[in-house]
Design a protein around this ligand. Structure first.
Ligand SMILES: C[S@@+](CC[C@H](N)C(=O)[O-])C[C@H]1O[C@@H](n2cnc3c(N)ncnc32)[C@H](O)[C@@H]1O
Length: 213
């Protein structure tokens, strides 16, 4: 679903406290910047609730939310600035297609992919956040015991992703085809997830690790 343009976002974003403007300049330095030993990133955070809720739940962990859409990122930035003055929650407003340049080798402990756009047409498959070129970059930036946690409502994207992860050499450590049948209070509910839960639709979830040599 296309998001309605939020006019104030263009002016607000460059002034936002939580915004990191040139992420590649922080490569290798994120944990120091955030004052943490454990770094999470969420790619495609939308309006930002998930990382905000997780940052409140896990105060010792650093969270970096990434969103390319200016309007959604503007809403997330405002929430982050108003809700927390902690330095352990930051936002990058950009397309994650060059994410491998933003983080140093093995710098990231958890990558969250929440309800990523499915891009059902084959000609746009490269835009899926679980396609091979993204997975190659994730492998480089994930720490030794690092993991990717993926949730989706979309069974076609889920199936596609299972194959891509496996082909890229990741090992599955958890899988569920009805994740919210149990509550899972340890994991925040995203905006999209709430909609699907309200509709009674199952949430698919998988967790993957990459064993570095
Ligand atoms: C379907 S929405 C889900 C939003 C949120 N994760 C949730 O669960 O409520 C997917 C979001 O991912 C963002 N996105 C898609 N591809 C992206 C990319 N390459 N880099 C950054 N953001 C991306 C979109 O702009 C959109 O806001």
């Amino acid at each position: 679903m296309r998001m309605r343009k939020v006019k104030w976002a263009t002016d607000y974003l460059p002034t936002a406290n939580c915004l990191v403007k040139e992420p590649s300049k922080q490569a290798g330095n994120w944990k120091k910047l955030m004052g943490t030993d454990t770094l999470h990133i969420e790619i495609g955070c939308g309006k930002g609730n998930y990382s905000l809720d997780m940052a409140k739940m896990y105060k010792d962990n650093g969270f970096i939310a990434i969103e390319k859409n200016e309007s959604a990122a503007g809403i997330a930035a405002k929430k982050y600035d108003e809700d927390t003055d902690d330095k352990h929650l930051k936002l990058i407003q950009d397309d994650a297609s060059s994410i491998g340049e933003w983080f140093g080798p093995r710098e990231v402990d958890v990558i969250h992919l929440n309800f990523s756009d499915p891009w059902p047409k084959k000609r746009y498959a490269k835009r899926r956040l679980s396609s091979a070129s993204f997975l190659d970059q994730y492998k480089r930036i994930l720490s030794r015991n690092g993991e990717i946690q993926m949730k989706t409502d979309n069974s076609a994207l889920f199936e596609y992703s299972l194959i891509e992860f496996q082909n890229a050499g990741f090992k599955m450590v958890e899988v569920s085809v009805d994740y919210r049948r149990e509550k899972h209070d340890e994991d925040a509910i995203t905006e999209y997830e709430q909609k699907f839960i309200s509709l009674g639709q199952p949430i698919y979830r998988c967790v993957w690790r990459y064993m570095h040599d």
